[in-house]
Design a protein around this ligand. Structure first.
Ligand SMILES: NC(=O)c1ccc[n+]([C@@H]2O[C@H](COP(=O)([O-])OP(=O)(O)OC[C@H]3O[C@@H](n4cnc5c(N)ncnc54)[C@H](O)[C@@H]3O)[C@@H](O)[C@H]2O)c1
Length: 266
């Protein structure tokens, strides 16, 4: 219809989800969703650089290397823009390029909204929203300068579109920001062939949700908010990550894909 967009030839083969030869960056891959995502990308063929804070990330790196892929850990606090930028530069020095970013690192705190301090606000914003933006920017600059397409996958949350009384107002604000930041970046960077999407997990069994899972009443109430009446596992996020990283999603951008056991289906 004459819009000037360039279509990408997609072959319907069993390799539709294949990531051979791709280089992925995952932030926060020592455990939880980030670790599962990093391993999942490697299983489908990608080499993986993990930018994170925890030395435990070396375990994820060893597990990926055992799959026969290249993997490196670059100690990085994504809340520090200089560290985020130098981490991406190091990936390009080591691997020559980057194709996929999974913006996963995130933190949460629980406090009634009336007691939240400016310091708490700044620290969560710095990682979840500011860190995510500047990681995306650093990767987009590489893709634009190398004139190649790429994928940016932001890990949002059900709390990007619904509220709760759980006492995580700043977290909700960051995740809501991520949903619409995803749309804005998708629109701006479509001209470079960079597809930007968001995944919105429901409650997943990770360290982040340990506190709520230790309170039987709260755990049951949260389970019951999901149509499937349970928490998900980190492994259940991997299919969406691989989909959004691969040729299976060449016409998907600006999307917020919920992997939430039906939490937002009510
Ligand atoms: N667990 C859930 O129920 C759930 C639900 C929706 C969304 N999410 C989102 O998924 C993502 C991963 O969460 P998770 O449950 O696996 O959490 P987690 O706490 O188990 O893991 C978080 C990871 O991020 C790393 N990290 C934290 N701050 C960092 C920083 N400043 N720089 C670099 N790395 C940092 C940690 O070291 C860790 O590896 C987060 O963005 C979270 O908001 C989680």
């Amino acid at each position: 219809m004459g819009g000037g967009g360039v279509s990408v030839p997609v072959r319907i083969t069993r390799d539709l989800f294949g990531l051979d030869g791709k280089v992925a960056i995952v932030t926060g891959g020592s455990r939880g969703i980030g670790k599962a995502a990093a391993k999942g990308l490697a299983v489908f063929g990608a080499d993986v650089a993990i930018l994170g804070r925890s030395p435990k990330t070396e375990e994820t790196v060893s597990e990926i290397q055992a799959l026969g892929r290249r993997a490196i850990f670059i100690p990085t606090d994504v809340g520090d823009v200089d560290q985020a930028r130098s981490g991406v530069e190091r990936v390009v020095r080591e691997f020559g390029t980057v194709d996929i970013l999974v913006n996963n690192a995130g933190i949460a705190s629980v406090a009634p909204a009336e007691e939240v301090t400016p310091e708490e606000w700044d620290s969560i914003m710095a990682v979840n929203l500011r860190g995510m933006f500047f990681m995306a920017q650093a990767v987009a600059k590489v893709l634009i300068s190398q004139r190649k397409p790429g994928r940016i996958i932001n890990i949002g949350s059900i709390y990007g579109i619904v509220g709760s009384e759980i006492g995580a107002s700043i977290y909700h604000a960051t995740k809501g920001g991520i949903v619409n930041l995803t749309r804005a970046l998708a629109c701006e960077w479509a001209r470079y062939g960079i597809l930007v999407n968001c995944i919105g997990p429901g409650f997943i069994v990770t360290d982040m949700t340990q506190g709520v899972r230790e309170d039987p009443g709260l755990k049951r109430a949260i389970e019951n908010r999901h149509a499937l009446k349970r928490f998900g596992t980190p492994e259940e996020i991997v299919g969406a990550v691989v989909f959004l990283a691969s040729d299976a999603s060449t016409f998907v951008t600006g999307e917020n894909l919920f992997v939430d056991g039906g939490y937002t289906a009510w």
